[in-house]
Ligand binder design. Structure first.
Ligand SMILES: Cc1ncc(COP(=O)(O)O)c(C=O)c1O
Length: 450
């Protein structure tokens, strides 16, 4: 029998307003496995911290989203948003499901091609496209969405050089009721800027406008915002078709649907706050069908990132130390911090333990391993007294973390996927000193003398 560890009693002032009206309760969030593979086994095999992806969840989410739209509209295509998660194994799985690639930089463009994606199946977005990459994309027949007037000029120069007319779309932005409005990308509809961009393209004569693209924001909780977006895009498409004779072949409405994550400061759980994907699909497809002309079904493109991959990702971490802060708050230092969990600045994650723990739960802070004051994963989570070595499983973390993570103070950890057969497979190795230092150059005059 294990002896319980003696903990010095403390008296702590209760602050009204911070009280949980349901009481402290018993902490019941236990997770002993992910898709049937024991947490212990995963850590033994790949170490801690460890990102774990579930193939089952990933494919399941993709199919749920794709079906929600394709059951309501006849011409639907999904572009996988690389920046949300561009690990090869994740992209490949979604390409196997039928998604093409959506990229926002030369790097991402090349990464998609390296994976075997034909340029024709790449949507090239973003505000910073190099001339070389525009040329490559134009030669490949990629779907290029122009972001600004300089890019119209750049693409015209490419067209002149290649001696051919290039088909391209433009990105537009608009008021859909979402605050803050994402107005820095593309051309604004309400101000007439988008119309001016089309005029400019028509005047240049080297490009053929064939699509419209828009992305209104991320973690959008309001389906009606998508109705507004679609309505304005369709109206604008017909205006352009009628006045300039172009045919708008696709309406790319971007991404932005929320995952079942919990924004900081939101009291109600995601199950209550986050609308279902069917509500979004209905808003989009009903508005399309109400506003499109008879027998006109332009391709509806979606670039959903977060809603597909976020819930497929977990992070296994380990409690390294336990500390009482001077005000009596219990705190823990774990082996994963904001360096690998960038989204912890906005989201309050679900935190589960790998074992039953007895004792009274109390609001605790979870710190990461960095020697930085901002390295806080959760400012207050109700936890029973944990001991060193306890594993905490943090979710959902599949979106934007393994792309926005940074190599800072610590090595980046391994990433694995649990296949549908229940087999854990390594998909990215943890870094070591050589990986990090191999790009550095020490000129001879800076070498330390023996
Ligand atoms: C152009 C574009 N498409 C798609 C996405 C994916 O968005 P989300 O992950 O919110 O679905 C983003 C993300 O910011 C984006 O900028």
């Amino acid at each position: 029998m294990n002896n319980t560890i003696y903990e010095k009693p403390i008296i702590k002032k209760l602050q009204t307003g911070f009280m949980n009206k349901f009481g402290t309760g018993v902490f019941k969030r236990i997770r002993k496995d992910i898709d049937g593979v024991a947490i212990d086994r995963l850590v033994e095999q790949f170490g801690s911290p460890l990102f774990v992806f579930s193939e089952k969840k990933l494919r399941g989410n993709y199919r749920k989203l794709y079906n929600a739209f394709s059951n309501r509209y006849p011409n639907v295509l999904f572009g996988w948003s690389y920046k949300t998660n561009y690990l090869d194994a994740i992209c490949s799985t979604l390409h196997q499901e039928g998604a093409i690639a959506e990229v926002v930089s030369e790097y991402e463009y090349r990464k998609a091609k390296r994976l075997g994606i034909d340029g024709k199946n790449i949507i090239y977005n973003g505000p910073f496209k190099t001339i070389e990459s525009l040329k490559e994309a134009a030669e490949d027949g990629a779907m290029i969405n122009i972001d600004h007037f300089e890019e119209i000029q750049d693409l015209e120069n490419v067209a002149k050089e290649l001696n051919k007319k290039i088909k391209a779309g433009i990105r537009v932005n608009m008021d859909t009721g979402i605050v803050p409005q994402w107005s820095r990308f593309g051309f604004n509809i309400e101000s007439g800027q988008a119309f001016d961009a089309v005029k400019r393209i028509s005047y240049g004569g080297h490009l053929i406008l064939n699509g419209l693209h828009c992305h209104i924001g991320t973690f959008i909780l309001e389906p009606n915002a998508y109705s507004q977006e679609v309505k304005k895009m369709v109206e604008f498409a017909y205006k352009v078709e009628d006045e300039f004779g172009y045919k708008i072949e696709y309406l790319d409405i971007g991404g932005g649907f929320p995952s079942k994550n919990r924004l900081k400061g939101v009291y109600l759980p995601p199950e209550v706050v986050v609308p279902s994907i069917d509500e979004f699909a209905e808003a989009v497809c009903d508005t399309l069908l109400e506003n499109l002309r008879p027998n006109d079904f332009p391709k509806l493109i979606l670039e959903t990132g977060r809603a597909i991959v976020d819930e497929a990702g977990y992070l296994i971490t380990t409690v390294h130390a336990i500390k009482r802060l001077p005000d009596g708050t219990r705190s823990y230092i774990i082996d994963a911090g904001v360096n690998i969990l960038f989204t912890s600045f906005w989201y309050k994650f679900n935190i589960e333990m790998d074992r039953e723990v007895s004792g009274t739960a109390e609001p605790s802070v979870i710190y990461g391993p960095l020697c930085m004051n901002i390295d806080v994963i959760d400012e207050s989570v109700n936890l029973p007294p944990l001991e060193r070595g306890t594993r905490l499983i943090i979710s959902p973390v599949g979106a934007y973390n393994v792309t926005q993570w940074m190599q800072f103070i610590m090595y980046r950890p391994s990433v694995c996927i649990i296949s549908e057969k229940g087999e854990p497979l390594l998909i990215r190795e943890k870094e070591d000193l050589e990986d990090i230092t191999k790009l550095e150059i020490l000129p001879e005059e800076y070498e330390l003398k023996k």
